[in-house]
Design a protein around this ligand. Structure first.
Ligand code: NDP
Length: 273
């Protein structure tokens, strides 16, 4: 019998996870089925209990259940703990192991797929929500010279910088402060693009040769990427590589084999025009 995995979210109709994990399973010859579950709002624990009782082995978790998954789990990785959010669960008897692969997936996409090391670079993260939180530890592990977080609500960025103060220097800035700064890598980890909005970032933040990375995916040229393009940035990327890489991390965690990702990214990529 096949092992059963699933992604849970609400809404879930848009999810690419069954397609991605289906491709991974085929290429690694793993015998599994991967489905999408529309979780009931307020009923996350009941839905996951049911899935486990039916023999489910693991789950990906997407909005709005990443905090519910954190509360449901019995053991958390450091990444999940810092992010305060969980995007992958593994079931082992009564144990529920929790991970957050968003940040490591993002880092792998940038360093490995796009060939942009963070080491000794000036890095700017826009936003201080779940995705930004998940990115902090993997980013710091790469050894950037500067890692700044700008957020509309400054206190959120300050709290985040404080939480990782032992691990590296992270500055929390207001957007207005960015007028005098330049960065080699600029990540839009705000949710502004999902509503076609632009965070108030000045076009001057991009250093010569910079990478502009939009964490949202499937949106084409978002206002942030358009701003970067207008400022002369040549390297533009959206979050499709991050999506596939975090899926590959979860797959490896569950199955013990890491699938190749580039073909899958190429199949899901839409042009940034
Ligand atoms: P959260 O809701 O946790 O955080 C949202 C952040 O965006 C907050 O910092 C908020 O600031 C900021 N924000 C929202 N609107 C604006 C605006 N108009 N101007 C400036 N700042 C704004 O979202 P997530 O962290 O979960 O997601 C962030 C992005 O990352 C989304 O685009 C999401 O699609 C993407 N993502 C991509 C993944 C992938 O695999 N590619 C995986 C996970 C997320 P404030 O604190 O002031 O409210």
């Amino acid at each position: 019998m096949s092992d059963h995995y699933a992604v849970i979210g609400n809404p879930i109709g848009h999810t690419k996870s069954p397609l991605i994990h289906g491709m991974f399973a085929e290429m690694t010859r793993q015998n599994l089925v991967y489905t999408a579950i529309e979780g009931s709002l307020g009923g996350f624990a009941t839905d996951v209990d049911r899935f486990r009782q039916a023999g489910g082995r693991g789950m990906n978790v997407t909005a709005p259940f990443k905090l519910d998954a954190f509360a449901y789990a019995t053991e958390h990785s450091d990444r999940a703990r810092l992010a305060g959010a969980v995007n992958a669960l593994k079931f082992d008897g009564d144990r529920v192991l929790a991970e957050n692969f968003d940040g490591i997936g993002l880092t792998r996409d940038v360093v490995h797929n796009l060939g942009c090391p963070l080491k000794d670079k000036r890095v700017l993260l826009l936003g201080a929500g779940g995705a930004a939180r998940g990115a902090l530890l993997p980013f710091l592990a790469q050894g950037p010279t500067v890692l700044d977080i700008a957020n509309r609500t400054l206190e959120e960025a300050q709290a985040l910088a404080q939480e990782v103060a032992d691990l590296g220097t992270v500055r929390a800035l207001r957007y207005a402060h960015l007028e005098t700064e330049q960065y080699d890598l600029v990540f839009n980890a705000t949710s502004a693009s999902l509503r076609g909005e632009l965070p108030p970032v000045p076009a001057t933040v991009f250093a010569p040769g910079a990478l502009a990375y939009e964490l949202a995916y499937g949106k084409g040229l978002t206002p942030f990427l358009r701003l970067a393009q207008g400022a002369g940035v040549q390297q533009l990327a959206d979050g499709v590589g991050m999506l596939v890489e975090q899926a590959a991390e979860a797959f490896a965690w569950w199955r013990g084999v890491r699938p190749q990702t580039q073909d899958v990214i190429d199949q899901l990529k839409i042009p940034l025009v």
